[in-house]
Design a protein around this ligand. Structure first.
Ligand SMILES: O=C(O)[C@H](O)[C@@H](O)[C@H](O)[C@H](O)COP(=O)(O)O
Length: 547
């Protein structure tokens, strides 16, 4: 389903929005005895005042309306920046919606600027209303499914308080999140997360100002850096806009007929129709000559290769081709590509993938992105592996946010590990993640790992009991010798059940650990890494100097 609507004037746009809202109100009030409506701030409220005209006002069953905000600013209710105040003054105070049906940001948190507290309380409120059946729950996922969401878009392409380049676009662990560094003032806000926004039955985005013309054009040219590009809905997403600058926005608005990307809290289905594919615009990838010499004799293991590169630059080029080839293979064979990364210097070595030709040729919509280990710190913390990957990689490629599986760092390390394991199990159930026939552990298509100077991989450190974990898929550590102390990590059985593993190691400081792992001159965790189909060590000259 794909819908766009262009109107010659603001007046006609407002009229169409009012009719649409009134029609949905009648439908939901009849079908389920209530109508859940989500508002944003901005111009929207002035459109809604159309509903105050008698032909709408008199026919709408206001007593059945329940009002929510997709985002609000963490300021007192009577503050000029408050979305609650805006809606109250311009609309809500003029219609007989019961006060108890208006769900505003918590007044005391907002009053003292406690963004985190306000987000938590708003989430709790929504969960309670789902339990009471006032808000529907989306299929099996239990995500709240609002009946109608009325959204605006900023000139930078933000919607709700999801801003371009901000990691919040990938937030899936919560329903409501918060931001304290909003590029648009005021800085503190709470916002629905993308899965919640996209679960709404009907999403209506209204755009009217010249200032938004460029962003509208970008959104409809599939620029995934703009949060508004990700908008879908369970039933219908419509973008209504006034004809802006001549010709600039003669565009279409795509939406999905299902919110299956977000059917479960951190899970998406493969190949959802909601993701616009880049396949059509694919460019042919020129062959990149391998600049490696192969150390043939090491380990004499036919599944193991060691590639040594004169320069790290050459290693990065070859690693990109290796990854892109596997991506092509798995996307063709199974319609999905499950990729796991570590933190550390590996991420920098992946830089060629986010440059031409690969950035254009890879079918990013089929990627599913995981972490082999993660530090239990906030996602915007400098120690976060998520932040590292987001800043250098994820923010540059259109992997659907629903396919990026970050940990829930609001939990303890132990609970976060359990939660991540549950997420993997769900993905196995849905077929996104394969299982190894020989081990019964999940079989990722590609694992891209770094190694520490002490020979650790993931957060499996030399001499630590976790290296012997044989049952769990994901475990945790609270005494990591490399700070920060609290982490989650995949276990060896999971790492070694992968189809392909690349161990990427650079620098002379790691030469001894490389030697220990490959020549068995010592015992280091990296020496225990294997793969079901292929393990490739990518080394630069200095790292290989002791082989
Ligand atoms: O969270 C982590 O600490 C990493 O995932 C870790 O496993 C990393 O891959 C190695 O420590 C190598 O890091 P460097 O490449 O930066 O040395």
């Amino acid at each position: 389903m794909s819908k766009k609507m262009v109107f010659p004037t603001k007046k006609e746009l407002a009229e169409a929005m009012a009719t649409y809202t009134a029609t949905l109100s009648a439908k939901f009030c009849k079908e389920r005895g209530c109508f859940t409506v989500v508002l944003s701030g901005g111009d929207l409220i002035s459109w809604l005042s159309k509903l105050l005209e008698p032909k709408y006002h008199e026919s709408i069953e206001w007593s059945k309306w329940h009002i929510f905000w997709v985002d609000d600013r963490v300021v007192p209710w009577d503050h000029k920046d408050s979305n609650y105040k805006l809606a109250m003054d311009g609309f809500l105070s003029k219609v007989p919606i019961p006060t108890g049906n208006i769900y505003a940001i918590d007044q005391s948190c907002a009053g003292i600027g406690d963004a985190k507290g306000a987000a938590l309380l708003y989430e709790e409120c929504i969960k309670r209303l789902v339990n009471q059946n006032i808000i529907r729950a989306y299929k099996s996922s239990g995500f709240p499914q609002f009946d109608l969401q009325l959204l605006g878009m900023g000139p930078d392409g933000h919607m709700a308080s999801l801003f371009p380049g901000h990691y919040h676009i990938n937030e899936k662990a919560s329903l409501v999140t918060y931001i304290t560094d909003s590029p648009k003032l005021p800085p503190k806000r709470i916002t629905f997360t993308l899965p919640v926004i996209n679960c709404a039955s009907y999403n209506l985005m209204a755009v009217c100002d010249e200032a938004q013309a460029d962003a509208v054009a970008e959104v409809f040219n599939d620029n995934y850096n703009l949060p508004a590009t990700w908008l879908t809905a369970a039933e219908e997403a419509i973008c209504r806009f006034r004809r802006l600058r001549n010709g600039t926005v003669n565009l279409t608005c795509s939406s999905s007929s299902s919110a299956s990307r977000f059917e479960s809290l951190s899970v998406s289905s493969i190949g959802s129709g909601s993701i616009r594919r880049l396949a059509d615009s694919r460019r042919k990838v020129p062959a990149v000559r391998s600049m490696a010499t192969t150390a043939a004799e090491i380990g004499k293991d036919e599944k193991k290769r060691v590639e040594i590169f004169e320069l790290e630059e050459n290693l990065a080029i070859d690693l990109a081709k290796f990854t892109a080839d596997l991506s092509d293979k798995f996307c063709k064979e199974r319609g999905a590509f499950t990729v796991v990364v570590s933190g550390g210097s590996l991420i920098k070595s992946l830089r060629k993938l986010v440059e031409p030709p690969y950035v254009d040729s890879i079918d990013w919509s089929r990627w599913h992105f995981f972490w082999v280990d993660e530090r239990v710190v906030p996602k915007n913390h400098d120690d976060s592996n998520y932040k590292l990957a987001y800043d250098c990689f994820l923010s540059k490629v259109p992997i659907p946010p629903g396919n990026v599986y970050a940990i829930n760092e609001s939990l303890s390390a132990e609970a976060a590990a359990d939660d991540y394991e549950t997420c993997l199990k769900h993905l196995v159930k849905t077929g996104t993640l394969r299982v190894s026939e020989s081990t019964g552990f999940p079989k990722f298509d590609l694992m891209l790992l770094g190694m520490g100077p002490d020979g650790h991989v993931a957060s499996l450190f030399p001499g630590h009991g976790l290296c012997n974990e044989s049952k769990k898929w994901v475990t945790f550590i609270t005494d990591s010798p490399k700070p920060p102390s609290d982490r989650i990590t995949f276990t060896f059985p999971v790492i070694n059940s992968s189809a392909h593993v690349a161990l990427v190691v650079c620098g002379s400081g790691k030469a001894e650990a490389v030697q220990a792992a490959l020549k068995k001159t010592g015992s280091v965790p990296a020496g225990s890494v294997s793969a079901e189909d292929e393990l490739v060590w990518f080394l630069d000259k200095p790292a290989s100097s002791k082989l």
